[in-house]
Design a protein. Sequence first.
Lengths: 281, 364
Amino acid sequence: MRKSITFYGLTLSLPMLVWQVLFFLAPLIFLVALSFWTVQNFRMVPDLNPDNWTRMLGRGVFWQAYFRTFLLSTSAAIVISVLAFPCAYAVAFKLSETARRWAIFLMVIPFFTSYLVRVYSWQIFLSDNGIINALLAKVGLGPFGMLNSVFGVMVGYATLSLPLVVLLQLFSLIFVDRTLIEAAHNLRCGRLRTVFEVVIPAAKVGLVIAALFCFILTFGDFVSPLYLGGGDPPTLSILITDTTKSGQQWPRAAVIALTMIATLLAVAFATVSFAYRERGR
Amino acid sequence: MIDQALVVFDGVVKRFGGFVAVEKLNLDIRQGEFLAIMGSSGCGKTTTLRMLAGLEAPTEGEIRLRGKRINDLPTWQRDTPMVWQSLALFPFLTVRENIEFSLRMRGVERSERRKRVDKWLERMQIGEFAERNVAHLSGGQRQRVALARSLVTEPQILLLDEPLSALDAHLKIRMQTVLSNLQRELGITFVYVTHSQSEAFSMADRVVIMSRGRIEQIGNPQDIYRAPRTRFVAEFLGSSNIFAGKVSNVSEAIVRISTPAGEFEVASNATRHLSKGDKATFVVSGDRVLLSNQPPADGLNRLQASVVGEEFVGATAVIHLEGAEHIEIKAQKSHDELERLNLEPGAKVWVSWRPDASHVLPGE
């Protein structure tokens, strides 16, 4: 049956539609157009020149940054999902109703503070003469170089996405049918094995979407790789700022941005279809 | 009889906080029987089943399986597979993978697994759906998958928690036949929890009727139907007329019981030992009640009542009547018989029954 679009339905969805067109579609089209412009004497000139694309995609630096960013975000999605799972599992299955409500409330609190502020405060903890190294020195360890390393970037990425990943995992775990778990136990599946055989497959959609969110958030993040990772070698977002600063190369930055958008769309599409893939016919 | 018991509930109590779900339960479940546990919701029947499955731990008492205490044995170490009301099939596995699950958990090797699953696929006539996703099956097919999944390990006992309640009437009857045949062919014990009298009585060898955490009566369906032990059972079965009163006279063959609706004779072979002045409650089942517009023949118990209404139950109808002191009376009659009577609402009719058609409740 064809769904008919009613007048009211259209009216109510109109603001959303206008918003999407004005602030997503139009800028995107502009970005595509921009990527074909040229820069002459530090001024952008509208053009239809594919030069930006061939130059950017032909550069080692770009691909280095691309794979570094992709790898960092993929690792973050995996590591943070694994770190988040025991927490989400405990809150979903082990806590009482009241305790669970408090836990959810506490997990919302990190969002009260700006991400940038939280990352700055990590610098105080992680730097060579920061809080953690000072404490470790007391027991005769260190100092460890935690700032300006992949470890630092991961700490930042966790700051950005861990609470959200836990919440998303939690909401998918809460809705796992408890009788499925009982049925698994009843069919001789022990406690730990049930987690892998039943709980994770049953909550798969939510768990995969949580990891996807982590990937998306960290892939475009500029703050953690710069302030905790040192920015060298650069990630794509750092490369964008560098490109715009050096010689007003906005068109080339547009090429990077478009590559990132294309990557995110492809990853999101592949991930969602993986999440919803069913066994059997 | 003791050595035949597969499962023994010995003084089992289950409390949830202050709520007593099961109170001092003593029950023997025999090897190879089809036992139905019946009662309304909250009577403790499902809790009893879950304790047997190891999904709840008894607060007090002991559950023994083949003479061995199993109170503290986790469910995954018992051999007590259960079929859930919701079936609890794994939606992320195919039909074959669902059935194979417990074999895989036991480490049965692949080729052997395949052989045993194939056998059950064929037995339950679901072979053509083996590679399907369980979400795409009909209710009856899912039911068969759930049964195969529980039975593939060839257990000695199968627990069923209202597995048919989600099916439509026609399919329900068909699955009842499937279950009865399966139980007979396998010769294993079925413990079947239900609130449906028709399911319990049509399939079970023995029926346990529970109310508020206690067993009201255990027996085969015929006995329970003809000779309910307590008022609760009589009311639960629904088709009985219940009269409570005092014994006014005892003679050799007849006990006279005086109730607010009148004085009635009860054949004494149907009674426990009663003496004058004892309290007694007796029932007359609805299909043994006679109705007439003329006064009935001598020797019958009788009272006058007015018609309240009529209720169609397939081939028969239940006439609801009201006697003196607002006593409710139900009579089950064929439509043919009803046509010969004047049963306008409000009409006065004679209600009568033979003294030996009544049954004194021994538990009251």
